[in-house]
Design a protein around this ligand. Structure first.
Ligand code: SAH
Ligand code: DHB
Ligand code: MG
Length: 228
């Protein structure tokens, strides 16, 4: 990509975001405080936050599971799609990120709907399963990419038929198409995509995107009804 390409992508993203997914004060403040706390700028783009919100609304989701809270930016978009009795559980490895997220979520008025669980997601997951949670309707996987397949397998255990699963950052500048890659993030992502392709209970696709976050994309999968 040339620098004029990326400038054009940024300009178009800014145009679309201002028009169709403008941030309110709480979303703007969430990014500002995340930045002030030194968190990396790897939140979803505004337009993608709006897409996640629309997907939950289209589906009528009441229970959301998120992998990777960071400062709670995607969490706010998702939680705002929930009804009053909805619930969002978000896994975050880093206690400092979770603390920033907690403040951002409370300020955005969705704090009561969201439970941020601190620690490696693969340690939090068995604990969550032990609670016999009501099945989830929507899953957003956006944490350490090397574990994408593991997270997808857990998502299958914890969701109902009809649930939607979104996996972020599955393109990463095109590296995903490299079958010989040794990059653990790309290998984990390819393994997750292969599970979407092969699993009898999943139907999915992946879409490339350009914009303020460069060249990337997401996968979307639907958990199918059992046969018969
Ligand atoms: N979903 C956020 C961005 C998440 S960035 C948004 O769009 O706003 C990825 C996050 O995953 C980081 O905060 C990182 O600390 C967290 N993470 C990394 N490894 C993890 C793990 N093993 N378990 C849970 N969270 C993890
Ligand atoms: C990275 C992680 C993300 O979730 C993202 O959306 C962009 C970048 C990263 O780890 O570099
Ligand atoms: Mg991401």
């Amino acid at each position: 990509m040339s620098s004029s390409d990326s400038r054009l992508w940024n300009d178009v993203d800014a145009y679309l975001a201002d028009l169709l997914s403008p941030e309110d004060d709480a979303l703007t403040a969430a990014l500002r405080d995340s930045d002030a706390a030194g968190l990396p700028h790897i939140n979803v783009a505004t337009t993608q936050g709006k897409l996640l919100q629309l997907l939950v609304q289209i589906q009528g989701g009441r229970r959301i599971l998120e992998f990777g809270t960071l400062g709670g930016y995607s969490t706010i978009w998702l939680a705002r799609a929930l009804p009053e009795d909805g619930r969002l559980i978000s896994f975050e490895y880093d206690a400092r990120h979770a603390e920033v997220a907690r403040r951002n979520l409370d300020r955005a008025g969705v704090g009561r709907l969201v439970d941020v669980r601190v620690g490696p997601a693969l340690e939090s997951l068995p604990k969550l399963a032990d609670e016999n949670p009501e099945p989830f309707d929507f899953v957003f996987i956006d944490a350490d990419k090397a574990n994408n397949r593991n997270y997808l397998e857990w998502a299958l255990k914890l969701t109902r038929p009809g649930a939607l699963i979104v996996i972020d950052n599955v393109i990463r500048g095109g590296a995903v198409a490299d079958a010989g890659t040794e990059d653990p993030a790309v290998r984990g992502t390819r393994a997750a995509l292969e599970l979407i392709a092969s699993h009898p209970k999943l139907s999915g696709t992946a879409v490339q995107t350009v914009g303020s976050k460069g060249w990337d994309g997401f996968a979307l999968a639907r958990v199918l009804e059992p046969e018969g």
